[in-house]
Design a protein around this ligand. Structure first.
Ligand code: HEM
Ligand code: HEM
Length: 137
């Protein structure tokens, strides 16, 4: 398994843990929903679900097609961008709700970076599936 695929699966499991903890916190202390719902949602969906899909997808899909991943470099870069920006976005949302100020701008910045990381995955898998020049099919 490529290093970045494994990193995505490991990160995904950590986010599942954080998602479960934030969920349980909100069940126990409903007042925290104001602060944590959006973080919980995106840690679970962008962290756990999406990163599991990235990791398993990078490993399995090219093998199904009998082709290598288009760019390992893009895969490695995506791991860093996706994780730094998801953690940054989550922290920014919490501090935006408590302190405000610059945290709103930081949230926008991290959201943009996360968007870029999503497009890296789209491009990388898309290119891995496009017909090879030497192929007849
Ligand atoms: C121990 C596990 C979990 C607990 C205790 C839990 C708890 C909660 C609670 C209390 C809320 C409501 C927050 C609110 O009303 O503002 C919530 C919302 C949500 N949770 Fe979880 N959750 C858990 C795991 C998950 C997982 C694994 C996922 C996704 C893979 C998930 C996805 C969501 C989503 C998308 C929402 C927002 C729904 C909406 O817009 O109303 N949760 N969760
Ligand atoms: C760059 C990526 C993303 C950004 C910046 C983002 C941002 C946001 C924001 C700002 C909200 C809040 C809306 C509100 O408070 O009324 C929201 C809600 C939501 N998003 Fe995302 N989103 C992203 C990707 C995704 C993805 C990929 C999914 C699903 C796989 C998703 C699922 C949801 C859900 C279920 C809600 C409603 C529940 C909630 O209020 O937390 N988001 N998103």
């Amino acid at each position: 398994m490529d290093r970045y695929a494994k990193a995505f699966v490991k990160a995904s499991l950590i986010y599942l843990g954080i998602g479960a903890i934030t969920g349980l916190l909100m069940v126990a202390h409903p007042d925290l929903r104001y602060l944590l719902t959006r973080v919980h949602t995106h840690i679970n969906l962008l962290g756990f679900m999406a990163m599991m899909v990235y990791g398993v997808g990078y490993h399995i899909l090219p093998r199904f097609m009998g082709r290598p991943v288009y760019s390992h470099r893009l895969g490695n870069l995506q791991v860093w961008l996706a994780n730094i920006s998801l953690i940054g976005l989550s922290m920014s949302w919490i501090f935006e709700a408590t302190i405000g100020g610059v945290w709103h701008t930081l949230a926008i910045l991290f959201a943009l970076v996360h968007g870029v990381s999503i497009f890296f995955f789209i491009i990388n898998l898309w290119m891995s599936m496009s017909p090879m020049k030497s192929s007849t099919s």
